[in-house]
Design a protein around this ligand. Structure first.
Ligand code: OAD
Length: 232
């Protein structure tokens, strides 16, 4: 049965009210990546970094999944084959929209990680600087998100899925951050059809077989209905 692998980015959560990174007024226009999204930045100024992620955790807790998140969950329920959702997003809106087994390659705001012993636990709404790890008791708690210079999570599993995909879709991602930006080539090498669904054509749009332009809350439900109506 045909496997669909879907990569999502900040654009799918934009209409829920969460900021993207590279759009005008996005997070990287307001914060320096080196300061808030690198291990070096955290070592230099943990209060700044915890504050940045605390604010994002609070913001994410106050928003709802939109029609695009819900449509992907519907695809998972209705498609006769496997539908794998890989997200670069650290929010939990896919899960809130009903999706299952979402692969969070850049981690999640819901999680805390001990940078000393690797223990993971559920993050409190506000993480404090020097908060002790519940396992080793050292003051080394950090958000369980992947920073620049760190290896994204679950890469072996993701490459296995890409190698057996029949259809690959990238939704709401600018395709500027690797390794996710290269998934389209992995999928193509495996013989998959590829589609980009985005508000505007990205720099890598020509690397896809087809692309669909528009707001995710409109384009994704339409794309899902078409797939589910396809004769199997
Ligand atoms: P970006 O902010 O780079 O890209 C968001 C994309 O979504 C852009 O191409 C927008 O045009 C598009 N977009 C915006 N609103 C949309 C809408 N309503 N419907 C459809 N598309 C829309 O975000 P990502 O590609 O997710 O990593 O960024 C990738 C990674 O860079 C993030 O996971 C994060 C960031 O630095 C880390 O922090 C490690």
């Amino acid at each position: 049965m045909e496997k669909i692998v879907i990569l999502t980015g900040a654009g799918i959560s934009a209409e829920s009210g969460l900021s993207t990174f590279r759009d005008e007024g996005g997070l990287w226009a307001q914060h320096r990546i080196e300061e808030v999204a690198t291990p070096e930045g955290f070592a230099r100024n943990p209060a700044l970094v915890q504050g940045f992620y605390n604010a994002r955790r609070t913001q994410a807790a106050g928003v709802e999944p939109n029609a695009a998140h819900k449509a992907l969950a519907r695809l998972q329920r209705g498609w006769p084959g496997e539908v794998v959702i890989v997200t670069q997003n650290v929010d939990s809106l896919h899960e809130a929209g009903g999706a299952r087994n979402v692969i969070h390659m850049h981690g999640t705001l819901a999680g805390a990680l001990c940078s000393a012993c690797g223990h993971r636990w559920i993050a409190p709404p506000e993480m404090a600087v020097g908060e002790p790890c519940p396992s080793c008791n050292r003051p080394t708690a950090r958000p369980d998100v992947v920073w620049f210079g760190e290896m994204p999570y679950h890469m072996d599993e993701i490459y296995d899925h890409l190698a057996s995909a029949s259809l690959f879709a990238a939704i709401g991602t600018s395709g500027q951050v690797y390794p996710a930006a290269a998934f389209v080539h992995e999928a193509q090498a495996a013989g998959a059809q590829t589609v980009e669904i985005n508000l505007e054509p990205t720099l890598g749009a020509t690397g896809f077989d087809t692309y669909i332009l528009g707001k995710a809350s409109e384009t994704v439900p339409h794309w899902v209905e078409q797939l589910l109506a396809r004769p199997s």
